[in-house]
Structure formats: structure tokens, C-alpha cells
Design a protein around this ligand. Structure first.
Ligand code: TXA
Ligand code: MG
Length: 347
């Protein structure tokens, strides 16, 4: 068996993302893509860089390969996976696009938007990938992930490449530390450009619903749709695992809206005005000293990973504005701060 198929030793190969400084040459890129295609075609798992977070990918039509994703993540079976296409044309073979869906896809793909649409009955996507639902989550990612789907010629099911309930990985190193023993190959495309998961919009009924705020601001989607997105209300049935309150949890407790830093605390800061006691913090990470929410989103999971392992008793988190990508950042922070297993009481 070649080295890179050894389950406890993933091969890590550099791959270039058009929107990142290149970690790979053209030749390395071609080699990474052909190695990944061979593994995926054989039903293996490959971790892939996307512009949002790293994904744990498998051929969406191969039920055994998809089952391996759930096993590797320790993920509850009822959670459906996002399927990644290289184009609207490929996505249309799997989902039924109405005029609203076409408009959003044309405006934002490739990019950090997932559309939940009625599943095309002819789609070969395995029922396990859509958790047996009549709908399917589809997106066209930017960069290396899209190149890989194009080379393979079929959709890839890929949830974020973390253990279930843990923070999403934004570097190849994060993937290796959580899933190193479970994945044959990790493609290293450098740090994820956006850093939070895609925004999920359901268009499976007359009202467009925001299932998960993410890397594309809801207001940008509403501007193209010409209507407000319905926020999923408190008490609605859990439709996305991101809707379990304790998703994205670090081990260290988080204290939100902190206005001072106590003894033994690390500080997750935002903006130039640091709170009282910041100088004595066990470790300080500033998501964006300039107060830029896009920069803050890109740094969020990396900063949480670092503060979670710095030995602090608590992570004090400064208040972060709720507009633009601030909606997704605050959503992830609230979930990270919630006690394990608690149920979501609102979006
Ligand atoms: O940015 C992202 O979306 C990343 C990258 C890798 O593409 N993927 C990601 O996947 O965050 P995951 O599996 O961690 O989250 C996918 C979310 C889940 O909350 C899932 O329940 C929801 O999408 N989802 C997928 N298909 C759905 C469907 N048919 N109906 C409702 N929710 C769906
Ligand atoms: Mg996830």
C-alpha cells in the first residue's frame, strides 16, 4: 500500500488557490489534483481547501465513501452534507433551480453561498449525503476545490473537515490535528481566505430562509433577491448542525461581551480600544485591530484554536458589531460559548 494510503499518516500536498499566495507550483498543482482525483474515485476521503474553511471530501454518489465522512467526523447521521459543484451547469443536474436560485447562483458563485433546493430526482447523489431529505445543499466553491471538482467531473460531498461539534479548520494543520488518522490526503492551499463557513439559504418553498449566517453577508443576498430572508425562528426544528447551540466548541469556556479581562483569562479582541486588564491577559489575539469584520471573520477560527490551547482558564471575548459578516461571527461565538449539547433557542 503506498504511504499516502496509510490511515494514520495522511499525505499533505501543496496546492495553489488563485486567491492566495501560491504554496505550490503549476507542476505541484497538477500532481496534487491527479492524486486527489485517484483517491476520490477509489472512494477515499481527501481534505480540501475552500475559500471558507477546509472540507472533508468524498464522491457524493458513492454511499460507502460518504459513510466514511460521517464515521471520520463522528457526525450524527441526520445531518445532511453540502455538495460542491464546479459550475451552475453541474449543480443543475442535482438541484431544481427556480428563478431566485438562478439569480443568486449567477451573482455569488463561485463563492461562500450554499443553496438548499429541491433535489433533482435524477441526481446520482447518494441519499446518505442528503440525509434522506428531499432537498440538497449545493455550492460552487472558489479556488483549488473548484479545480478539483472540475478535474473529477462530479460533485463532492464535503462538510467542514473537523470532528463533529469542534471548530472548523482554516489551515491544513488544523485538519491534520483533528482528522490526521482518518484522511488519506490533505491538500494544503494555505490559510482559508474567508475563514467562516458558507451562508446557507433555503429556497425550497415560497419564502427564502437563512439557515446559517456565513461568509456572505445576508444583506448582499437580500439585495439580489429583492426580499428579506426569513431568519429561522426560535423553536424551529433543527435543520442544520450549525443550529445545535454547542457546535464549534473549543474546550476553554468563552465569556462574551467582555469589558475587562480577569486573572487567568485570554483575550479575543476586536478593534483598537482594548478593555481594562488586556495587558495582563494570558494571551491576546486581535481579530482585527482596524475593526474590519471581513478580516475578523478570516481570523476567527485560527484565533480560537490558538487561545484554546494557551493554558487560559477562560477566553474573554470583546463585543463585535452584528452587521455584515459580524452576524456570522457572533453566531459562531454564541455557539462556541454555549454549554455542550444545549439546544439552540434562536438564530
Ligand atoms: O463553507 C462551507 O459551507 C463548508 C465548506 C467545506 O464548503 N462546509 C460546511 O459543511 O460548513 P458542514 O457540513 O459543516 O455544514 C453544512 C451545513 C449543515 O449545517 C447542514 O445541516 C446544512 O449545511 N445542510 C446541508 N444540506 C442541507 C439540506 N438539504 N437541508 C438543510 N440543511 C442542509
Ligand atoms: Mg461544520
Amino acid at each position: 500500500m503506498p504511504d499516502y494510503l496509510m490511515p494514520d499518516r495522511p499525505r499533505i500536498m501543496p496546492i495553489s488557490n488563485p486567491d492566495r499566495p501560491l504554496p505550490a507550483t503549476g507542476a505541484a498543482n497538477a500532481e496534487a489534483i491527479s492524486t486527489a482525483c485517484a483517491l476520490l474515485a477509489a472512494g477515499e476521503l481527501v481534505a480540501i481547501p475552500t475559500e471558507t474553511v477546509y472540507g472533508l471530501a468524498a464522491d457524493a454518489a458513492n454511499g460507502e465513501a460518504v459513510a466514511r465522512i460521517f464515521k471520520a467526523k463522528g457526525r450524527p447521521r441526520f445531518n445532511p452534507l453540502i455538495c460542491h459543484a464546479d459550475s451552475l451547469a453541474m449543480a443543475k443536474r442535482h438541484g431544481i433551480f427556480d428563478a431566485r436560485a438562478r439569480r443568486l447562483a449567477e451573482a455569488f458563485w463561485p463563492g461562500p453561498l450554499t443553496l438548499v433546493l429541491p433535489k433533482n430526482p435524477d441526481s446520482p447523489i447518494h441519499a446518505l449525503a442528503s440525509a434522506g431529505l428531499g432537498t440538497i445543499g449545493l455550492r460552487v466553491p472558489a479556488g483549488a476545490a473548484r479545480d478539483l471538482v472540475a478535474a473529477l467531473g462530479r460533485v463532492l460531498a464535503a462538510p467542514s473537515a473537523n470532528l463533529s461539534g469542534r471548530m472548523s479548520p482554516t489551515t491544513a494543520g488544523h485538519v491534520a490535528s483533528q482528522l490526521g488518522g482518518e484522511v488519506a490526503l490533505i491538500l494544503d492551499g494555505g490559510p482559508a481566505r474567508i475563514g467562516v463557513e458558507s451562508t446557507i439559504v433555503a429556497l425550497d418553498g415560497p419564502v427564502a430562509r437563512l439557515l446559517r449566517p456565513g461568509g456572505l453577508a445576508a444583506a448582499d443576498i437580500e439585495a439580489v433577491l429583492g426580499e428579506k430572508l426569513q431568519r429561522v425562528a426560535a423553536g424551529d426544528k433543527v435543520e442544520a448542525p450549525g443550529m445545535l447551540a454547542s457546535h464549534y466548541a473549543p474546550d476553554t469556556p468563552l465569556r462574551l461581551e467582555a469589558t475587562k479581562v480577569g486573572p487567568g483569562e485570554a483575550l479575543l479582541a476586536f478593534g483598537a480600544d482594548l478593555p481594562e486588564g488586556a495587558g495582563a491577559a494570558v494571551r491576546l489575539r486581535n481579530l482585527s485591530p482596524a475593526g474590519d469584520l471581513t478580516e475578523a471573520a478570516a481570523n476567527l477560527f485560527g484565533a480560537l484554536h490558538e487561545l484554546d490551547t494557551c493554558g487560559a482558564e477562560t477566553i474573554a471575548v470583546m463585543a463585535i458589531p452584528g452587521h455584515g459578516l459580524g452576524e456570522a461571527i457572533n453566531d459562531r461565538l454564541r455557539r462556541a460559548a454555549a454549554p455542550p449539547g444545549s439546544v439552540n433557542k434562536g438564530p
